[in-house]
Design a protein around this ligand. Structure first.
Ligand code: OSB
Ligand code: MG
Length: 369
């Protein structure tokens, strides 16, 4: 493939409901979408950075800067044998995984479309149907949370993740478990705790929690290993893992027993697969995380989740949980038993609705041709 033309745009799209985590509230997304074109074929990718530097250091605006000034200039006009050859072109850039990963994903979609093959097959996936879970933000009170969980359980979702933070943790978990004795339940702290809080995690050990996701500092693995030695519930790392090497080290020191793989956070499909492989070879299950993506990022997450070691339900849920109108058609749909079917279409498997995309666009820049 030759990277003849790259179109970068920012879209603004309002969430149906605000999403609250330990680091803040999101109600409108500012998402960067990349369209890469060879002669006649296009590929789409999405940058999963947040609006502010709170989940990680990247933002919508840092990604725009890094893409326009560093990533796209290295890529435009290049001839690549495969999307796998992209990451070496930008390996000298430190950090900014989501900026790089957005373009990388677009190249995978392009390659899959060129080969007339579904992206999930090109990636080597085998799961035709993936298990879907939901991530539920912090609510105004526990009764409200219990209602939201009931709605999602009724919709068929296979696993419930609740966001936790100091003051919204042990008592919340206790009541959720009491109200739903059988659901698969987990908590995501987004780095809100320190080792001073060990006792609190030991209390939550009693509630049959599948895993605690990223309880400690966003760059830490050492303290996570210390915490893991003192609690029964598996730790799952999210923020701390940006590469297969990070995963190897975290596993080696016992910092986690599960890893959340996010396409953007590791810089694209190639590295996501490498993280998957390291985990598989060490007997560590993975699942696919979410970043409140539009349909484009969501479609990539569905494809990635087809790899064999994605053996736990991910945060890849239906479009209609997030958006009144998605940028893909049809939207990602979840069956009554909480699964998403892989598409047999070439590429990421969902068509981009160009009219909706254009209507939501607030800025656009075109490179090449
Ligand atoms: O930590 O997994 C996270 C959303 C934004 C930033 C970080 C996280 C999340 C989620 C939501 O948990 C997952 C989703 O529904 O897309
Ligand atoms: Mg997380």
């Amino acid at each position: 493939m030759r990277i003849k033309r790259i179109e970068l745009r920012e879209i603004r799209i309002r969430l149906l409901r605000p999403f609250e985590t330990s680091f803040g509230v999101t109600d409108e997304r500012r998402i960067l979408v990349l369209k890469v074109s060879d002669d006649s074929v296009d590929g789409y990718g999405e940058v999963t950075a947040g609006e502010g530097p709170f989940y990680g250091h990247e933002t919508t605006d840092t990604a725009w800067h890094v893409l326009t000034d560093f990533v796209i200039p290295r890529a435009i006009g290049k001839e690549l044998a495969s999307a796998c050859d992209f990451s070496p072109l930008v390996a000298d850039i430190r950090g900014h995984y989501m900026a790089r990963g957005g373009l990388e994903a677009a190249l995978w979609d392009l390659e899959a479309r060129q080969r007339g093959q579904p992206l999930w097959k090109l990636l080597g996936g085998t799961r035709m149907e993936i298990d879907s879970g939901v991530s539920i933000g912090i609510q105004s009170n526990i009764d409200k949370l219990l209602q939201v969980i009931q709605t999602e359980v009724d919709a068929g979702y296979q696993r419930i993740k609740i966001k936790i933070k100091p003051g919204w943790d042990v008592e919340v978990m206790r009541q959720v478990r009491a109200a739903f004795p059988r659901i698969r339940l987990m908590g995501d702290a987004n780095s809100a705790y320190t080792l001073k809080d060990v006792e609190l995690f030991r209390q939550m050990d009693a509630f049959d929690v599948m895993m605690f996701e990223q309880p400690l500092h966003h760059e830490d693995i050492i303290d996570h290993a210390t915490l893991q030695r003192q609690i029964r519930t598996p730790i799952c790392l999210d923020e701390s893992i940006h590469s297969a090497d990070d995963a190897r080290k975290a596993i080696e020191i016992g910092a986690c027993r599960i890893i959340n793989v996010k396409l953007g956070r590791v810089g694209g499909h190639r590295e996501a697969r490498a993280v998957h492989d390291v985990c598989r070879d060490s007997g560590i299950p993975v699942w696919c995380g979410g970043m409140l993506e539009s349909g484009i990022g969501r479609a990539h997450n569905v494809a990635l989740s087809s790899l064999e070691n994605f053996s736990l339900p991910g945060d890849v849920a239906a479009s209609k949980r997030y958006w009144a109108e998605d940028v893909i058609e049809p939207g990602v749909e979840v069956s009554a038993r909480g699964t998403i079917q892989q598409s047999m279409e070439p590429g990421m498997g969902y068509a981009v609705n160009a009219e909706v995309l254009e209507r939501l666009t607030v800025r656009k820049q075109v490179f090449g041709r």
